[in-house]
Write a protein that binds this ligand. Structure first.
Ligand SMILES: NC(=O)c1ccc[n+]([C@@H]2O[C@H](COP(=O)([O-])OP(=O)(O)OC[C@H]3O[C@@H](n4cnc5c(N)ncnc54)[C@H](OP(=O)(O)O)[C@@H]3O)[C@@H](O)[C@H]2O)c1
Length: 336
């Protein structure tokens, strides 16, 4: 198929592009900047901002399927920017699909759409959307996800994937923050060891996108549905953070702060940064405090059953690959 991947140059998008190319698809990527690694894969690129409705429609012309992976991610930033990219941009993608006769749309969402900051332990997709969100990112992803699910129709088959905390070589988000905080002596574990969190290794998340695309056609059983995706291997946040530190050759962190203190500190910092109109992200945000201090892991039986998803790269194997990647060059925070 001729497939457009939005955000094909991003962390997940690039891995999705590589798998689609390997599976024999003709792949085009849409994002604001050009990414040399995509050119090396044979992926054509369109320099387009998701906020530009006509340009998005033009980039979709001639494609048979769209994987909508681009988003403004992060724990901090102006609400209006998250809305414009994540909500308005998704509206533009859906409209572009409908106007161009595209019949398949895979949307990359996030389990954070159901996480209101309380423990979620082994819940499946019947769990409702959160009513209150700790940040604009999950709030706008939830709106976008609903738009995609509502767009499912005989004309356009849609499916939503919710990969949980993606990690692996090239991570520009979570890993650099953890490593920078650890190197600066600012990292703390939040709460005791009683909580459990699941994650997903990059290659497993990318493979799930290809599996979903393979199974997506109008009236297929996966249409109009959302799927949690993870390693199926929840662990304590301390174990996970320390495994990442070990992969980077850093010593484990043992210092802890109570979850309530973390949340209070995050709220105070966010208020102070907003009042002072500081654009930089505070050292602790409510989103990160909630992620570190609560259980959040999901039942992935639906993805196993309907998508044929299996976390083929185990957590241990992923950690070995990550350690090899980090040992081979500069840390991601330094520009890889
Ligand atoms: N990383 C995670 O742990 C995680 C977990 C769950 C879900 N997700 C979802 O997975 C998807 C990919 O995330 P990621 O971690 O790969 O993020 P990423 O590395 O930041 O990639 C996002 C991509 O979106 C593009 N993009 C951003 N704003 C754009 C705009 N206005 N117009 C056009 N393109 C734009 C960026 O390319 P340019 O900068 O070149 O425009 C970039 O390639 C997102 O939908 C995210 O919500 C991620």
């Amino acid at each position: 198929m001729r497939v457009l991947v939005t955000g094909g140059g991003g962390f997940l998008g690039r891995a999705v592009c590589a798998r689609l190319v390997a599976a024999g698809h003709q792949v085009r990527s849409l994002s604001r900047s050009r990414h040399p690694e995509l050119a090396a894969l044979g992926v054509r690129q369109r320099s387009v901002d998701l906020r530009d409705r006509q340009a998005v429609a033009d980039a979709i012309t001639g494609c048979e399927a769209v994987v909508h992976c681009a988003a403004k991610a992060g724990a901090w930033g102006p609400d209006a920017e998250f809305r414009a990219v994540n909500v308005r941009g998704t509206e533009h993608v859906i409209r572009g699909c409908l106007d161009n006769g595209v019949r398949r749309l895979v949307f990359t969402s996030s389990p954070s759409v159901v996480h209101a900051g309380r423990d979620l332990e082994g819940v499946d997709e019947s769990v409702p959307y959160a009513r209150r969100f700790p940040a604009a990112y999950p709030r706008t992803k939830a709106v976008a996800e609903r738009l995609v699910l509502a767009a499912d129709s005989p004309r356009l088959a849609t499916v939503v994937l919710r990969p949980h905390l993606i990690w692996g070589p090239g991570d520009p988000h979570f890993l650099p923050r953890v490593l920078a905080a650890a190197r600066a002596g600012r990292l703390r574990l939040v709460g005791g060891e009683g909580k459990r969190v699941d994650t997903i290794y990059l290659d497993n998340a990318a493979e799930a996108h290809v599996l979903a695309l393979d199974r997506l056609e109008p009236a297929a059983p996966i249409c109009g549905r959302a799927y949690f995706l993870s390693q199926g291997d929840p662990r304590s946040p301390g174990e996970l953070l320390n495994a990442l530190l070990a992969a980077a050759g850093l010593p484990p962190e043992t210092r802890r702060i109570p979850p309530l203190a973390a949340r209070a500190a995050a709220a105070v910092l966010e208020t102070a940064y907003r009042a002072a109109r500081v654009r930089a992200e505070p050292p602790l945000t409510r989103l990160v405090a909630a992620q570190l201090g609560t259980s959040h892991w999901f039942d992935i039986s639906a993805a196993r059953r309907d998508l044929g998803y299996r976390p083929r790269v185990s957590t241990e194997e992923g950690l070995r690959r990550l350690a090899a990647y980090l040992a081979a060059g500069p840390a991601p925070a330094e520009g890889r």
